[in-house]
Design a protein around this ligand. Structure first.
Ligand SMILES: C[S@@+](CC[C@H](N)C(=O)[O-])C[C@H]1O[C@@H](n2cnc3c(N)ncnc32)[C@H](O)[C@@H]1O
Length: 287
């Protein structure tokens, strides 16, 4: 710490000074206890070996301060609410809309190599946490945007139920579309009740195009209480007869237990099923 620099105002003071009251339409709730943000950063194991740390929604910036204190060489924060701009150096943008190249160029990174380490962190606004995670999984599967390196960790705070769904395995009733999508690309672990850590798999389970995969997984979890057999029966009514033949032939070869519910299927099994849809150019009609 440079002793010649003026002391930073506390985040509590900044919140008061700029009248930064939390706004519900942006799912804002602020952590104002430095012990907590330090603990989050420690659990996330953020250190100076990262090429870049990207924080979503810094708000008044206490988590940001704890991250910066680890000595990370390059950090970019994206915040939609312009009220926080005077308190931090921020890219003002919507994380769902931002051109990810802008994140890299702002960080003055023009080339990402496979060995570079990236850490994405955020106490996510709960109203966008699921669509954001799905968008990131799509980018991760294509290694696009900020996800060009293979060494990626995400430390993300979700509402407890969403976190439970992300980490749920085939034995858990909380297993959902999100569990399957995320676990096909990342090792997902719960650090505490709300902090989930996702480490991108060097060899992802996902071996089919993610858009088709999501279409299949979404359909099967659309009515999660039904068995696979019953879901297939409803689906085949909407398909052409040659598509039904190809689908049934393909499924026979998979040796699936059709009396199971979708939550019991592994990511690998969803990949096999998606492959049948892809190989035979079958799409699932909406409704
Ligand atoms: C739950 S608060 C977390 C604030 C701060 N990181 C903390 O932990 O105290 C979520 C933050 O995300 C911001 N936000 C909400 N929607 C956003 C979006 N679409 N893109 C970027 N930031 C967004 C909010 O303005 C808010 O600052």
């Amino acid at each position: 710490m440079n002793k010649n620099l003026p002391r930073l105002l506390s985040v509590r003071d900044l919140v008061k000074m700029y009248n930064l009251t939390a706004q519900s339409q942006l799912s804002q709730n602020f952590i104002l206890d430095k012990n907590i943000t330090d603990k989050i950063v420690k659990s996330a194991m953020i250190d100076s070996n990262n090429l870049l740390v990207v924080e979503v929604g810094p708000g008044p910036g206490l988590l940001t301060r704890s991250i910066l204190e680890t000595g990370v060489p390059n950090m970019i924060v994206i915040e939609k609410d312009a009220r926080f701009l005077p308190a931090l150096t921020i890219i003002q943008d919507d994380i769902l809309e931002i051109d990810h190249e802008k994140i890299l160029t702002t960080a003055q990174i023009n080339k990402v190599s496979q060995e570079n380490r990236l850490h994405v962190i955020g106490n996510l606004p709960f109203n966008i946490s699921t669509p954001l995670l799905v968008q990131w999984m799509k980018m991760l599967s294509k290694r696009s945007g900020i996800f060009q390196t293979s060494d990626i960790t995400m430390s993300l705070m979700f509402q407890k139920e969403v976190g439970d769904r992300i980490v749920a395995d085939t034995l858990s009733p909380a297993r959902s579309r999100l569990s399957v999508l995320v676990q096909s690309l990342c090792k997902a672990k719960k650090v505490d009740a709300v902090l989930i850590q996702l480490i991108a798999l060097k060899e992802p389970i996902l071996n089919v195009p993610i858009d088709q995969y999501e279409m299949v997984v979404r359909y099967f979890f659309g009515q999660r209480r039904k068995t696979i057999q019953s879901l297939l029966k409803t689906l085949t009514k909407k398909l052409m007869s040659d598509e039904v033949d190809c689908l049934m032939k393909g499924l026979e070869q998979l040796d699936l237990n059709l009396s199971l519910r979708p939550e019991k299927l592994t990511c690998e099994q969803f990949c096999h099923i998606t492959k049948i849809f892809c190989d035979n150019s079958i799409s699932i009609p909406v409704n």
